[in-house]
Design a protein around this ligand. Structure first.
Ligand SMILES: [Cu+2]
Length: 181
């Protein structure tokens, strides 16, 4: 009986070990751990570098990091500078507002290539207005003009409000006088 529970416990432990095993594979592939700019970041100032930190040491000979804009145009950058598990590129041209893609290709310890990409957005409020940025402003201008045209009705509304206040005030005065008398 005791042996049976021991066997059952051992079986349960083995099952648990098998379940946990995939979380710690013998030869893990390299993966991106952190990035600056971060994935899906919305930046108020254009970055001048892109830094990617990986799980494993990078091989400088097989580390590629490229930056491209929404039109898939490749942005001029320096070659990746590798420091341990971190790769950095310098951005050689000022980034205008828009969405950019960082694409990388590195090599795992077992020699297998690992690649991926992510996007970030530059939205500098001080940047000159682009056609895309000007569009949201147009409806505001139209509505502002509309408000100006609605001037007289607004004045009428104010007059009506004043009239209501005056009528209510007069009524209250009448009620008070009646109570007093
Ligand atoms: Cu592999």
């Amino acid at each position: 009986m005791r042996n049976r529970s021991a066997a059952a416990l051992l079986a349960a432990l083995l099952a648990a070990a098998l379940l946990l095993a995939p979380a710690a594979p013998a030869a893990a592939h390299n993966t991106l751990q952190a990035a600056t700019p971060a994935q899906d970041a919305r930046l108020s100032a254009a970055p001048t570098t892109v830094t990617l930190r990986f799980l494993q040491q990078l091989n400088p000979e097989f580390t590629t990091i490229v930056l491209s804009d929404a039109g898939r145009r490749r942005i001029p950058t320096g070659a990746p500078t590798v420091d341990g598990a971190t790769g950095t590129i310098t951005v050689d041209e000022p980034l205008t507002n828009g969405t950019y893609t960082v694409a990388y290709r590195v090599v795992s310890a077992d020699g297998h290539p690992v690649q991926g990409s992510y996007r970030f957005t530059v939205a500098d409020p001080a940047a000159p207005a682009t056609p895309a940025a000007a569009t949201p402003g147009d409806p505001t201008e139209v509505s502002a003009v509309g408000d100006g045209g609605d001037g007289p009705p607004a004045g009428l509304l104010a007059a009506a409000a004043l009239l209501v206040v005056a009528v209510v005030g007069a009524a209250l005065l009448l009620v008070r006088r009646r109570r007093a008398s």
